[in-house]
Design a protein around this ligand. Structure first.
Ligand code: SF4
Length: 334
């Protein structure tokens, strides 16, 4: 299960694109897609590939020349929407990709389905998306090309889920999951968690992308949160915190925000409980590697379920960071 994203920079700006790829990699991205809008962008792909710590997937629309150039530039994969490339040109791309051992992602989406499918299914429905994907898969198999991954995307979460279910019942190729045009961070987190999460829970899906309008680095926390919530993969600390209530006598929201910010770069999976009072604090701390349960201007520090000591509220963050530093073996800037 791999986490994927896409750069939002102008691909022709190699420095900016590589800088963003570096930030994405640091935040947990494992495969990155870059837009290839013109020949100039296609011609810098080898340089981006050379500098990138991540596999590069070239995102191609309409223009087969860009796909052929990208393949020649040594990218790891190309993403093609077969709905907007004529079949003959699609064939040339597939044969070139086969020749160079380049993986192809078939990106099927509701906005570019074949007219006969739209007419027969009454619009870009889940069965129409799945049938379009199966049609292109069959065409590629006839050409002897099977180095494939498929995505069936829709901005409608239920349609995306159903399309992936239908496709996966009929075909074993790896599936890339994502809800497209999902909006800014909060709406996207909700739609992606539901869409991607339901499918992953059913055992469907091989790579995921949480699409967010804005800085793509934001996508990583959501993507990894989905994987962690399903016990599929872990990365970095998980902070368990209560919603607070009338029993809370510390500034828990500020504590949690600061802890999240200061621990954002830690990759070691750790469970940290930050609780407003001792009612649930110790109980949660049994599960957690480390925990703090608030009191009046102070708190109890717990480690692996045992009370370590009482600490003042002003010590919460320094003590927490020092303990995490010991457990993660990573220097944290206090
Ligand atoms: Fe309230 Fe304490 Fe529960 Fe937090 S842990 S919600 S402060 S009772």
């Amino acid at each position: 299960m791999a986490v994927q994203s896409m750069t939002s920079t102008d691909t022709r700006d190699v420095r900016a694109t590589c800088e963003q790829i570096g930030k994405l990699a640091g935040a947990g991205c494992e495969i990155v897609r870059v837009a290839v809008p013109d020949l100039e962008a296609a011609s810098v792909l080898s340089e981006i590939r050379r500098r990138s710590p991540l596999p590069i997937v070239a995102d191609i629309h309409f223009d087969d020349r860009l796909a052929l150039l990208a393949i020649g530039q040594g990218v790891d994969g190309i993403r093609i929407n077969p709905g907007n490339i004529p079949r003959e040109k699609f064939k040339d791309i597939a044969l070139a990709a086969k020749d160079r051992g380049v993986c192809m992602r078939l990106g099927i989406n509701g906005g570019s389905l074949e007219k006969d499918l739209l007419a027969r299914h009454g619009g870009p429905t889940a069965p129409a998306l799945a049938e379009s994907a199966l049609r292109s898969v069959a065409y590629l198999e006839e050409l002897g090309f099977g180095n494939l991954k498929v995505s069936l995307k829709s901005s409608n979460v239920a349609t995306m889920i159903d399309a992936c279910r239908v496709f996966s019942q009929k075909c074993d190729y790896p599936l890339h999951l994502g809800v497209t045009e999902a909006g800014t961070l909060l709406p996207s987190a909700i739609k992606s968690s539901v869409g991607i999460g339901i499918l992953l829970a059913e055992g469907i899906g091989d790579t995921i992308r949480v699409s967010v309008t804005g800085d793509p680095v934001q996508e990583m926390a959501v993507a990894w949160g989905i994987l962690r919530a399903l016990n599929l993969r872990e990365r970095g600390p998980e902070i368990i915190s209560c919603p607070t209530c009338g029993r809370c006598e510390i500034d828990l929201p500020a504590l949690v925000k600061e802890a999240e910010r200061k621990l954002a770069h830690v990759e070691t999976p750790l469970k940290i409980a930050l609780m407003g009072c001792v009612v649930n604090g110790p109980g949660e701390a049994v599960e957690a590697d480390i925990g703090i349960a608030g009191g009046k201007g102070s708190g109890m520090l717990f480690k692996k379920g045992r009370v370590v000591r009482k600490i003042r509220e002003s010590e919460f963050i320094p003590v927490l960071l020092a303990e995490v530093e010991k457990m993660a073996g990573k220097i944290i800037v206090h």
